[in-house]
Design a protein around this ligand. Structure first.
Ligand SMILES: Cc1cc2nc3c(=O)[nH]c(=O)nc-3n(C[C@H](O)[C@H](O)[C@H](O)COP(=O)(O)OP(=O)(O)OC[C@H]3O[C@@H](n4cnc5c(N)ncnc54)[C@H](O)[C@@H]3O)c2cc1C
Length: 177
């Protein structure tokens, strides 16, 4: 079974994992690694240490669906709405730019619930506090090194972190920059 590593448990990594699970024509062993202590990336929801019910979305607070993407991505919005993960945004947010045809959504359980939904759908093994430092090619496999622990080998590695963080990675991958 092909071993696939997705680096980053933000929106891109979680959706990529869910889509790979759904669309792949052969069985895959999927792993997701993130250097942070929790999922979400720039769509993290933090809880107050004094009151876990009190949460705040760090980064994205609402999702805008423009008419162009409404056509292309309707099935994604429908699924998240059906699960109650997204709800239409009905109030006005100060400073919000409203464009004709745009549709805005909020995530009542916190924006990271979108990411957690996709991670759950993917059935991937998820590991936090795994900071990838180097990627090398060894006998046709990608050997991925992290700050702590032994390197591991994968058939496919998908990097979903922002480009400046990808450029910090060392090893054979530098030849592909
Ligand atoms: C203040 C702010 C407001 C925003 N508002 C909105 C909004 O209203 N609506 C909207 O749609 N979008 C908004 N965005 C944009 C949205 O948050 C991002 O486009 C989206 O979250 C990016 O997701 P991503 O998975 O591509 O990247 P990220 O969320 O950055 O995920 C990358 C992940 O990779 C991990 N990572 C990085 N380096 C390593 C490494 N070496 N090893 C292991 N893991 C690593 C990181 O910890 C991170 O979890 C906002 C962003 C910010 C910052």
């Amino acid at each position: 079974m092909a071993r696939v590593l997705i680096v980053g448990a933000g929106l891109t990594g979680s959706l990529c994992a869910a889509l790979l699970r759904k669309e792949a024509s052969c069985p895959l062993h999927l792993s997701v690694w993130d250097k942070a202590g929790d999922s979400g990336g720039r769509m993290t929801t933090a809880s107050s240490p004094y009151n876990p019910q009190s949460t705040v979305d760090l980064g994205a607070q609402y999702i805008t669906c423009s008419p162009h993407f409404a056509k292309k991505h309707q099935s994604f919005y429908d699924e998240l709405l059906a699960h109650g993960i997204l709800k239409p945004l009905t109030s006005i947010i100060e400073g919000m730019v409203i464009k004709e045809g745009d549709c805005n959504f909020v995530a009542p359980q916190g924006v990271s619930s979108i990411i957690n939904h996709y991670l759950k759908e993917s059935g991937a093994d998820i590991y936090f506090r795994q900071c990838v430092t180097q990627i090398n090619l060894r006998n046709d496999k990608w050997e991925v090194s992290k700050e702590t622990g032994f390197p591991e080998q994968f058939d496919i590695v998908v990097l979903t972190m922002p480009a400046p963080q990808i450029l910090q990675l060392r090893g054979d991958i530098e030849n592909w920059y």
